[in-house]
Write a protein that binds this ligand. Structure first.
Ligand code: ATP
Length: 335
């Protein structure tokens, strides 16, 4: 029986990179049956909600999604699709492995980066609770709960135990947000008691940003609330070559949605030059999740061998190849 997977190509570069991924998985003969659903600003406007019901129903049924980006309007408009989806399906753990690719020339090419980001995915300033108290005075509520902090911490420590990660660094600003980030840290400290084999430390978010830029190799796994996770993910992506290559997973009890860290990249959309590596690597994470380990390893190896050979690479990582040329090179290296 093939795995039934909801495919949301999204908008911007989404359809280009999703097309590439479907192509590679087909070439690798992975037993997947896609249930394709469209999502973009026009569909959202027509449905009157960020994630129309048929998409939620599809994901609840298949319990697995591969998702491209959907543009989020800035300073107004509908609520972010990602935020809505994560909340509606309770996809509480955002997991983003950030690794140097073999042979890829970056500013940090001599530094081996291999870390995993665990980002709480359902609350913090993403609760979307904003209020104009009086004209020109706005408050945005940062929500931190024991339930959400405890379960992302448990997820991170369980993952570390399973995957042999040795050290988790909790990132916070509890010197300023003593109650909110303080609660997050308390929950992490409680969970750490049950995992004595995993080293635990804490770092204030501004220092974490500095340390990541100075000595990224000191980090193994990073655990943090939602907003810091968003920002630190992009910073970490910059260490290994940019947003074109970093994958991600949104995991809940009943459902998991795999998607790249990057957004819809409107500056390059429709030009056929987007790098599909990030969504392809997200699909590799999905295959591991589905138990298709052999196919996952084959695809990962094919991607890595293109990077190791140094061509053909997409433009964002210093090459000149189109999305199609890079995708074909990956397919040619599938063994
Ligand atoms: P969002 O707010 O939706 O997360 P963002 O502000 O993080 O989006 P992106 O859309 O991810 O922005 O793009 C940031 C930059 O990275 C852009 O210059 C874009 O072209 C580049 N970029 C992102 N993804 C890719 C990709 N897959 N291939 C090539 N370049 C990319």
């Amino acid at each position: 029986m093939p795995h039934l997977v909801t495919l949301i190509p999204g908008d911007g570069i989404g359809p280009e990179v999703a097309g590439a991924v479907v192509h590679v998985l087909q070439a690798a003969a992975v037993p997947i049956q896609w249930e394709r659903v469209e999502l973009n600003a026009a569909i959202i406007a027509q449905a009157g909600e960020s994630v129309p019901l048929d998409i939620l129903e599809s994901l609840r049924r298949t319990r697995i999604g591969l998702k491209g980006p959907v543009t989020t309007p800035v300073a107004g408009g509908f609520q972010s699709v990602n935020v809505t989806l994560r909340k509606q399906l309770d996809l509480y753990a955002n997991v983003r492995p950030v690794r140097s690719l073999p042979g890829l020339k970056t500013r940090y090419q001599d530094v081996p980066v291999d870390l995993v980001i665990f980002r709480e995915n359902t609350e913090d300033l993403y609760a979307g609770l904003e209020h104009e108290v009086v004209p020109d005075v706005v408050t945005s509520l940062k929500v931190i709960t024991r339930k959400a902090s405890g379960r992302i911490a448990r997820y991170a420590f369980e993952y570390a135990r399973r995957a042999g990660r040795k050290k988790i660094t909790a990132i916070h600003k509890a010197n300023i947000m003593k109650l909110g980030d303080g609660l997050f840290l308390r929950c992490c400290r409680e969970v750490t008691q049950q995992y004595p084999e995993v080293e635990y430390r804490e770092l204030i978010v501004d220092n974490a940003a500095l340390q990541l830029v100075l000595r990224p190799e000191q980090f193994d796994a990073l655990l943090m609330p939602n907003l810091y996770g968003d920002i630190i993910s992009d910073l970490a992506a910059g260490l290994v070559g940019g947003l074109g290559i970093v994958p991600g997973a949104n995991i809940g009890e009943d459902c998991a949605v795999f998607e790249a860290v990057h957004g819809s990249a409107p500056d390059i959309a429709g030009k056929g030059v987007a790098n599909p590596t990030a969504l392809l690597s997200s699909a590799v994470l999905m295959l591991f999740h589905l138990g298709e380990h052999e196919a996952a390893r084959r695809i990962q190896k094919a991607v890595e061998s293109v990077y190791a050979e140094g061509k053909p690479l997409p433009r964002d990582v210093g090459g000149t190849a189109s999305t199609r040329e890079f995708t074909q090179a990956v397919i040619d290296r599938l063994q």
